[in-house]
Design a protein around this ligand. Structure first.
Ligand code: COA
Length: 328
């Protein structure tokens, strides 16, 4: 049967749709699993969303994605994502990247093992361990899968742990859905029903405070990670009384192809009002105007609210990664 780890993946569900002459009638549905609760599951099918009560599910299992991206496509996207979230301290181990940022976020404090490390795999992992020890940090390695599966196997042998899986999702620009009419949001700054969205080149203190709340503080290196990108915008969504109710960050990297979305966050009291969609729409317009053709983002597989939001905007999983952590 299905588990939360299957959310974000393609699955096939055999449903019981009726009974004829005492025998069940089955129907199969294929799509991306966007939500799994105790009572229902929701599939994004080619025909649209399909909500199935679990009592109707006869069998369900994960199936391979329709088209696996090529290794070159995964490498290019991982490099664009690294550019969009630049660690201030970086080194190379052959083609591998070594990164630290005062421990702020797994992505900026992990090695990226793609390409050739110029030495046998065990020696490369030894070198990563030594580099992080010299920087006074626990060694972490971010393994895009299935590309870095051999590295993952080596880390398994060494007893490395893993953070929960992250989905790297992509969508073509322009995005599929727009804020619903009447949602009361204006994406370009003119207030409708009192809410406005501004895109600016530097984050305000209020913006940074929201980001700090989500990511557990902001060391000095965090400012570098957030701002040291040539093309970057910080989305601020303000309520009528001027309080900041939602934030987001957009970057354009990868030779101008990729709009990267990060730190999409809506204050709890302002959720389910279309604000995240409106923030993303504003950043997508900005990225498309700069010539970006696709958007990408990274979302934890277990973050069902965000996965549902992105599915609605046309995002699908390009690949996944695990942040692996050396044993203490
Ligand atoms: C995920 C998050 C950004 C969504 O913000 P939001 O403003 O509430 O989202 P929207 O109102 O624009 O939602 C648009 C659609 O996304 C989906 N969605 C959003 N939140 C959802 C939830 N909790 N459960 C299921 N679907 C959800 C729905 O389809 C929703 O449309 P609907 O309200 O008409 O059903 C917000 O919950 C949040 O800030 N979470 C904490 C931070 C976070 O996880 N950020 C993402 C990191 S990758």
């Amino acid at each position: 049967m299905l588990r939360q780890q299957d959310v974000g993946h393609r699955i096939v569900v055999r449903r019981i749709v009726g009974i004829r002459e005492g025998r069940p009638l089955f129907s199969d549905a294929l799509g991306e699993l966007v939500e799994l609760s105790e009572t229902h599951l929701t599939l994004a099918t080619a025909q649209g969303p399909l909500r199935v009560p679990v009592t109707q599910v006869h069998r369900a299992k994960r199936v391979p994605p329709t088209r696996r991206p090529t290794a070159a496509a995964v490498v290019a996207l991982e490099r664009a994502a690294d550019e969009a979230w630049p660690a201030p301290t970086r080194d190379r181990l052959g083609d591998w990247l070594l990164r630290t940022a005062d421990g702020w976020t797994g992505r900026a404090n992990s090695a990226l093992p793609i390409g050739d490390p110029d030495r046998p795999l065990p020696a490369a992992v030894d070198a990563v361990e030594r580099w992080y020890a010299a920087h006074g940090q626990p060694a972490m390695i971010n393994t895009p899968l299935p590309l870095a599966a051999p590295v993952g196997a080596e880390l398994d042998d060494r007893g490395w742990g893993s953070r929960p899986p992250t989905l790297v999702q992509t969508a073509p620009l322009p995005l599929a859905a727009r804020p619903a009419a009447g949602a009361g949001i204006a994406a370009t700054g003119s207030a409708a029903a009192g809410t406005s969205i501004e895109l600016v080149a530097a984050p305000s203190d209020a913006w940074l405070a929201v980001a700090a709340g989500r990511k557990g503080g902001l060391p000095d290196a965090a400012r570098h990670v957030l701002t040291a990108v040539d093309e970057v915008r910080f989305a601020h969504a303000y309520a009528a009384d001027g309080t900041l109710v939602a934030i987001g960050r957009g970057t354009v990297t990868g030779q101008g192809r990729w709009l990267g979305l990060s730190l999409i966050e809506v204050l709890p009291a302002a959720r389910r009002q279309g604000l995240a969609q409106a923030v993303i729409a504003a950043l997508a317009d900005w990225g498309a105007a700069l010539g970006a053709t696709h958007a990408f983002l990274q979302v934890e597989q277990r973050n069902t609210a965000a996965v549902a939001l992105y599915q609605r905007l046309g995002f699908t999983t390009h690949h996944t990664y695990l942040t692996r952590v050396a044993p203490h």
